[in-house]
Design a protein around this ligand. Structure first.
Ligand SMILES: Cc1cc2nc3c(=O)[nH]c(=O)nc-3n(C[C@H](O)[C@H](O)[C@H](O)COP(=O)(O)OP(=O)(O)OC[C@H]3O[C@@H](n4cnc5c(N)ncnc54)[C@H](O)[C@@H]3O)c2cc1C
Length: 434
């Protein structure tokens, strides 16, 4: 007796669905949407179930402040190998090279290039030391791969804050070997209409069942049945395109349970934290008409980086990461806005607050559908991403940025994982019908 028959009539009512579904896709982020489009193009019947009332997951462009700003991903990283670059160009989405000037402030004083040369030097040294450890296959904390001279450098805390922003967690807590696998070629691009808007354009013809949080996935050799308060659905197999932290938290129950090493791999790839605060001013309060990246010099990791004059508007986006972002998120949206306003006033002086209009802050850690911003690999756990590219029981295929070794933590990684999952699903379906 197959799973569909065994549980026919179990629990929730059936979701209204076309006669027979080949693949049920859980999660309508970059990974799930890519898999859906690929399967549809191959003539397969895919059903996408999404917990939120919108698609995109961690790729979401907010327009409530009058201009588009991305609450999640915004940079097209690794432009030379990022498939979204070609997609954007084909569909007339303008792309901008991120060559914005970076400025560090020491209190209210803007530091000169000569004064910040030490930061550039220590960054280069860190890159060399991490690459050397990566080449040796050292699956140790990134910080443990650095020399005492680097750790003692007066600019190290600022450099470490940059590393924390990249991984969403302090360098003591992620694997050197894992981060060494990331392919970073071609620099970063920005997209004025929004990275979330680009994904929404890509997914415009995909039908998604919104407000359908999956709570249980039953599977056996004959197929899968997924359950949610909105109803249940059966299919020949499932692509699970959920953030690793959602599965590690036990938000979805697998029956039978996942093999222990598969569950462990989700725990080994937790999502670190990056949050954003967007501030809208009534006029330009910044030192330049042009966009700049501003950063306060501090050694305690409690600073934010600010992209000013977003798309030539009076909106500025501040970013916090790691432990400090956790703290700020726990303090609430008003406190995050207040912190950003205070720090900007310290840097720029003047009556900045008087011209403040309104703001908005993200809270990705407490968002139940993401539980963090992007994945990192715990030291000693290298291999977890590769393990999740293997299907379970011929019926469950995982997708999501956390499964993509060379592009983890990104929207292009999510896309690549969706392509891989769709290929795998087709192979399994072919195998099971022969
Ligand atoms: C603040 C921030 C900044 C970032 N900056 C960048 C950047 O500049 N460049 C870059 O490339 N990447 C960046 N990223 C990372 C990038 O956004 C993600 O890697 C990517 O969007 C992840 O896609 P995904 O499909 O793997 O997961 P998600 O987008 O998280 O998709 C998973 C989907 O599953 C849904 N879901 C969860 N639980 C359930 C359930 N029980 N049932 C049904 N559905 C469920 C979620 O709602 C979500 O829609 C950033 C992320 C954040 C948060």
């Amino acid at each position: 007796m197959g799973i569909a028959a065994a549980f026919a009539g179990f629990g929730a009512r059936l979701l209204a669905q076309p006669a027979a579904i080949d693949v049920v896709i859980i999660g309508a982020g970059g990974a799930g949407l890519t898999a859906a489009l690929e399967l549809q193009a191959a003539g397969l019947r895919a059903l996408v179930l999404e917990a939120r009332d919108r698609i995109g997951g961690r790729a979401f462009t907010d327009t409530s402040l009058g201009i588009p700003w991305d609450r999640g991903c915004s940079w097209l990283h690794a432009a030379a190998v990022n498939p979204w670059v070609a997609y954007a160009r084909q569909h007339d989405f303008e792309l901008i090279e991120d060559r914005y000037p970076r400025h560090i402030h020491d209190g209210a004083r803007r530091m000169s290039d000569a004064e910040t040369a030490g930061l550039r030097a220590v960054r280069e040294r860190i890159e060399r030391e991490l690459a050397a450890a990566g080449r040796r296959g050292l699956d140790i904390p990134a910080e443990a791969a650095l020399t005492q001279a680097t750790l003692a450098d007066p600019w190290y805390p600022m450099a470490a804050a940059g590393m924390t922003a990249w991984e969403g967690i302090e360098p003591a807590n992620y694997s050197t070997l894992d981060s060494y696998q990331f392919i970073e070629r071609g620099g970063d691009l920005l997209i004025p209409r929004g990275y979330g808007a680009l994904l929404a354009h890509y997914a415009r013809d995909i039908e998604v069942r919104l407000r359908t949080p999956v709570t249980r996935i039953r599977w056996d050799r004959s197929g899968v049945r997924v359950e949610s308060p909105a109803g249940a659905a059966s299919a020949r197999l499932a692509i699970v395109a959920l953030p690793a932290s959602v599965i590690a938290a036990g938000a979805v129950i697998f029956a039978p349970h996942l093999p222990v090493e598969v569950l462990q791999a989700h725990h080994d790839l937790p999502l670190g934290l990056m949050n954003k605060v967007a501030l809208r001013f009534k006029r330009n309060v910044f030192p330049s008409e042009r966009t700049e990246f501003l950063w306060q010099r501090r050694d305690d990791g409690r600073g934010m980086g600010y992209l000013t004059r977003l798309w030539d508007s009076n909106v500025c986006v501040g970013m916090s990461a790691g432990r400090f972002a956790q703290e700020l998120e726990a303090a609430g949206e008003a406190a995050a806005i207040e912190h950003a306003l205070g720090e900007l006033t310290d840097m720029l002086g003047g009556d900045l607050r008087r011209h403040f209009d309104r703001g908005s802050a993200t809270a990705w850690a407490s968002d139940p559908w993401s539980r963090g911003s992007y994945s990192h690999c715990l030291p000693g756990r290298f291999g977890a991403r590769a393990l999740l590219t293997r299907p379970v029981g011929g019926r469950i295929v995982f997708a999501g940025e956390h499964t993509e070794q060379s592009a983890y933590g990104t929207l292009h990684g999510a896309h690549l994982s969706g392509l891989r999952a769709a290929r795998e699903a087709r192979r399994l379906l072919q195998e099971s019908s022969t």
